[in-house]
Design a protein around this ligand. Structure first.
Ligand code: PCA
Length: 204
């Protein structure tokens, strides 16, 4: 069993992106599964290119893409990717698509195929605040989730995929003001390792 776990490069003027900081700290193996980690550019076009190349190269049985959702409280496991690009800010290549589809001929949405509820429950049981989410937004994270699920549906329907949004780190949150939620990076790494185990465990 192999699982591809991706994180994003920083964007929107931030110095770090906790998603890549957590992903790059994962071990190479968890519960007998090989973990492949890849950093994605936070850019609509290049992000998809890097993802699709990794998918074709590794043909992973499980894929968990991870991104930052600054302002959310805990981990959020996304249940759906929608066929829409509507960027509030330019991506790292300066592209800012508005009201455009991810795939002009694709379905309106794809549901994540990882066991979202089990993952949320498992995380909560381990003391990591986590919830299911029904919107991954309309920026690069949603784009990547949609592109992933579209590729899996066509090329590798037996594989499973999903998306995890992380909150700000404590340092990022503190910079933004007293009401902004954050989580310690070590806690994120612990939670992400468990999320990977839960994503893989279903079939073992
Ligand atoms: N978060 C952004 C894109 C990259 C990231 O980490 C998003 O939620 O779309």
């Amino acid at each position: 069993m192999n699982i591809l776990v991706t994180g994003f490069e920083p964007f929107g003027g931030e110095a770090v992106n906790p998603s890549w900081e957590a992903v790059r700290r994962l071990p190479a193996h968890i519960d007998g599964a090989d973990i492949i980690t890849v950093q994605l550019p936070t850019a609509f076009q290049r992000g998809e290119q890097v993802l699709l190349r990794a998918l074709e190269r590794c043909r992973p049985e499980r894929v968990l893409c991870v991104g930052l959702a600054g302002g959310r409280k805990g981990f959020t496991l996304e249940r759906v990717g929608i066929n829409l690009r509507d960027a509030r800010i330019p991506d790292n290549d300066g592209a800012q698509p508005e009201d455009q589809p991810v795939r002009p001929d694709g379905p309106a949405a794809y549901f994540a195929t990882l066991p979202v509820k089990e993952m949320v429950q498992g995380l909560n049981r381990a003391g990591i605040p986590a919830a299911a989410s029904y919107t991954a937004g309309t920026y690069v994270c949603n784009d990547i989730l949609y592109a992933l699920l579209d590729w899996q549906a066509r090329e590798m329907p037996e594989s499973r995929g999903g998306f995890l949004h992380l909150p700000y780190t404590l340092e990022q949150a503190a910079e933004k003001g007293e009401d902004v939620p954050g989580m310690a990076l070590e806690e994120m790494v612990r939670g992400l390792s468990l999320a990977v185990r839960l994503a893989v465990g279903e079939s073992v």
